[in-house]
Ligand binder design. Structure first.
Ligand code: TLP
Length: 339
């Protein structure tokens, strides 16, 4: 099987498993796990934030990020295709009682004017606008990078309007690898940042929420309340630490393979935009049928936005797999045209 469904499907490498085996551990709820502590310090450093908090998933670090910045009944502004809105099971309503206000923006990038227009005036009728969530890279836009300048401008606009900014950076290091701009430059414009080690970086589990000390102290309470306080978590944190230490630069290889995939698919007659990073969106007439046809030939992908399927390159796919995937897609389109 060639599994292009997500960069979450990778299995830990030998080196990563060794790091897990050898990790010193303690009870992290007491703050005594040396590996978790090392990971939190390391990632805070990478992101240029005072502190970071380790949690099981990106969904949890996003939800804790929302929870510490917006109270029940307050409003959170975010892109209509954002992971927090589309893929987190209604958690903002369930866990924090906040109201989401979705906004449109080309390629996952929001316009400062759109944000300005959406902020509610102070009036008893309206919810209080409290938080703006941004996503980089943007998943449903096909791994799009939020240009740093636009990011800085919109974050500045948000600040002036009295909003906090949360960055869903599940694939932030893909943006760093693709542009050469350190992740910390985007983070400088956000109050809280969520990053994942379990996407392209290849760890089996683990995300971090970074911010200032006071915010992350609150986040630590929220993590406990959400059921994310773990004990000898160093065993898994070691995999995340290994991922951050060894797998950031190699993301560029996944991006090159995504471009190779797009070139092959276009040559076969498909429509697909040049990818910024490792997510490829391919336009097809009947996505479920196309996905079934791929799967029959041993290639797995997922539905993308309506009318598209998503193919994702990652640590566990090499050039050979990409060539096979192109061959399979080429055969499928040839059969469709014939019939
Ligand atoms: N995304 C997954 C699925 O949930 C859709 C994927 O395969 O792309 N933020 C962003 C931008 C994400 O893409 C994801 C995972 C998350 C947050 C959530 O991370 P986890 O899965 O660790 O909760």
């Amino acid at each position: 099987m060639i599994d292009l469904r997500s960069d979450t499907v990778t299995r830990p490498t030998e080196g990563m498993r060794r790091a897990m085996l050898e990790a010193p551990v303690g009870d992290d709820v007491f703050g005594e796990d040396p590996t978790v502590n090392r990971l939190e310090e390391y990632v805070a450093g990478l992101l240029g934030k005072e502190v970071a908090l380790y949690a099981p998933s990106g969904t949890m670090t996003n939800q804790i990020g929302l929870h510490v910045s917006a109270k029940r009944g307050e409003e959170v502004l975010l892109h209509e295709g954002s992971h927090i809105f589309v893929y987190e099971a209604g958690a903002p309503a369930m866990l924090s009682g906040v109201q989401l206000r979705t906004l449109f923006g080309e390629n996952g990038v929001l316009d400062p004017e759109t944000v300005r227009a959406a902020v509610r005036p102070e009036d008893v009728h309206f919810p209080r606008s409290r938080l703006l969530c941004l996503e980089n890279t943007h998943n449903t836009a096909g791994g799009k990078i939020f240009p740093l300048e636009d990011f800085a401008t919109i974050a500045q606009t948000a600040k002036v309007l009295g909003l906090k900014v949360h960055l869903d950076g599940a694939r932030l290091f893909n943006a760093q690898a693709a542009t050469g701009i350190p992740a910390s430059e985007w983070c400088a414009h956000a109050d809280t940042v969520s990053v994942c080690s379990s996407k392209g970086l290849g760890a089996p589990v683990g995300s971090l929420l970074a911010g200032d000390e006071e915010t992350i102290r609150e986040a630590r309470r929220a993590r406990k309340a959400f059921g994310g306080g773990m004990r000898q978590a160093g065993i898994i944190a070691a995999a995340s630490l290994y991922a951050f230490e060894h797998h950031i630069d190699r993301l560029a290889e996944d991006h090159a393979r995504a471009r190779k995939l797009v070139a092959g698919l276009r040559e076969a007659g498909y429509e697909a935009k040049e990818p910024d990073t490792n997510l490829v969106l391919v336009a097809v007439e009947d996505p479920p049928e196309f996905l079934r046809a791929l799967a029959r030939e041993g290639v797995l992908a997922t539905p993308g936005k309506p009318g598209f399927v998503r193919l994702c390159t990652h640590l566990d796919v090499g050039d050979k797999e990409i060539e096979t995937a192109i061959d399979v897609a080429t055969r499928i389109i040839a059969t469709t045209v014939e019939s």
